[in-house]
Design a protein around this ligand. Structure first.
Ligand SMILES: Cc1ncc(COP(=O)(O)O)c(C=O)c1O
Length: 378
């Protein structure tokens, strides 16, 4: 039986040509032609003041934590239902992730629980746009304004998605994207830090270039470059950026193809939701998502275990779980704290099954997945 893989990274356009061009140009380290093309594209698309391409979203989040000037004992509010990188970026600065529960409809941070988590040590709010569905940014930005907090969007999954007609990644002071091969637009490993408040640009340039003012040197503003602040190796190579640029050039079309697959699952499973067998995502109308994830929620955790087994072993469908909550993980208990109950986080993370979703899925594959889900027992 042929397996329907959970994810396949696709070549979408001129990746090979651009990589060859980068190699022939004899500039394959960072901050060359393709870094510049990708950054300009992202600045235009998101409407940001600047972009720093990074080797991963993890790196972009770590740069954000440095730019937010987090220190030992500072607190950052975030959902527990996220990837470790959101919290690690904070913990690496000696700061404390403060976890709050998520909304049942979008699986995003519950904005109504943020205010009660604020203390005199709170410095920032990190939001995660799960499955490319926007968090309630109007309410979140309003709270941040009132308490003078920095907003960082973990938009790892959010490229080509909007909240009230504005791109995800354009709301926070800073935002981070991922181009890891499991995302919609990929470069193997890859990421970008978007700067939406220009006061962060100068220090961003220095952190990006290992704590030096090399960006200013390249622009001819200083005649030699020097060590001026902390920093790290946050540049991707031109080979990575060449691959990424080819993907970005056709990113919108690739997203439309992905949305069509997402819709096919949605149409097929709506009747099953009506019978109460399972739940499916129903993004709010003001959140134009990007089809990043299609998940189903089993009625109970026990059903989820049986379903994963039947999908995989019986039918060859590579379906997977997603985030394991951070608040109760060993490092979450050690480095973070929870504010309030994590009822929705605990329940949803134990019931969620992600179905295969990628541009190599054939109509036959989609039918196999649908039929396999229809046959699952309740
Ligand atoms: C919400 C979130 N943030 C950050 C990351 C890390 O991304 P990367 O693998 O590009 O470092 C992921 C990875 O899946 C993620 O889901």
């Amino acid at each position: 039986m042929a397996v329907v893989p959970f994810n396949v990274a696709s070549v979408l356009g001129r990746e090979m040509e651009y990589i060859e061009d980068a190699i022939r140009s004899q500039h394959i380290s960072g901050n060359g032609k393709y870094t510049s093309l990708c950054s300009s594209y992202l600045v235009d698309h998101i409407g940001s003041s600047a972009c720093f391409l990074t080797p991963s979203c993890t790196d972009a989040l770590e740069m954000s934590a440095l730019l937010a000037d987090l220190h030992v004992g500072d607190e950052v509010i975030m959902p527990s239902y996220t990837f470790t990188s959101t919290a690690n970026a904070v913990v690496l600065r000696g700061a404390v992730p403060v976890f709050v529960d998520i909304r049942r409809d979008t699986l995003n941070i519950d904005e109504t629980l943020i205010e009660q988590a604020i203390t005199s040590r709170t410095k920032a709010i990190m939001v995660v746009h799960y499955a490319g569905v926007g968090c309630e940014m109007d309410a979140i930005l309003e709270i941040a304004r009132r308490y003078d907090l920095i907003v960082i969007e973990d938009a790892a999954q959010g490229l080509y998605a909007d909240y009230r007609g504005k791109p995800l990644g354009s709301f926070g002071h800073l935002s981070a994207f991922s181009f890891h091969e499991t995302k919609n637009i990929v470069s193997g490993e890859g990421g970008a830090l978007m700067i939406n408040d220009s006061k962060f640009i100068d220090r961003g340039e220095i952190l990006w270039e290992k704590g030096t003012n090399r960006v200013k040197y390249k622009r001819g503003i200083v005649n030699k470059y020097n060590w001026v602040d902390v920093g790290s190796s946050f540049l991707p190579s031109e080979i990575t950026s060449a691959f990424l640029y080819a993907q970005l050039e056709v990113g919108r079309q690739a997203t439309d193809q992905r949305l069509a697959l997402w819709q096919a699952y949605h149409d097929a499973f709506r009747p099953l939701q009506e019978t109460g067998k399972l739940s499916i995502p129903n993004p709010p109308d003001h959140c134009a998502h990007n089809g990043h994830i299609f998940y189903i929620l089993a009625p109970t955790a026990k059903h989820r275990e049986i379903w994963l087994d039947q999908l995989g072993v019986r039918d060859g469908i590579n379906a997977v779980i997603h985030y394991v909550p951070l608040h109760s993980a060993p490092a979450g208990l050690r480095f973070g704290r929870s504010c309030g109950e994590m009822t929705v986080t605990d329940e949803i993370s134990a019931r969620l099954v992600r179905l295969p979703l990628h541009l190599q899925l054939s109509p036959d594959d989609v039918s196999r997945v649908i039929q396999s889900v229809e046959r699952l027992p309740v």
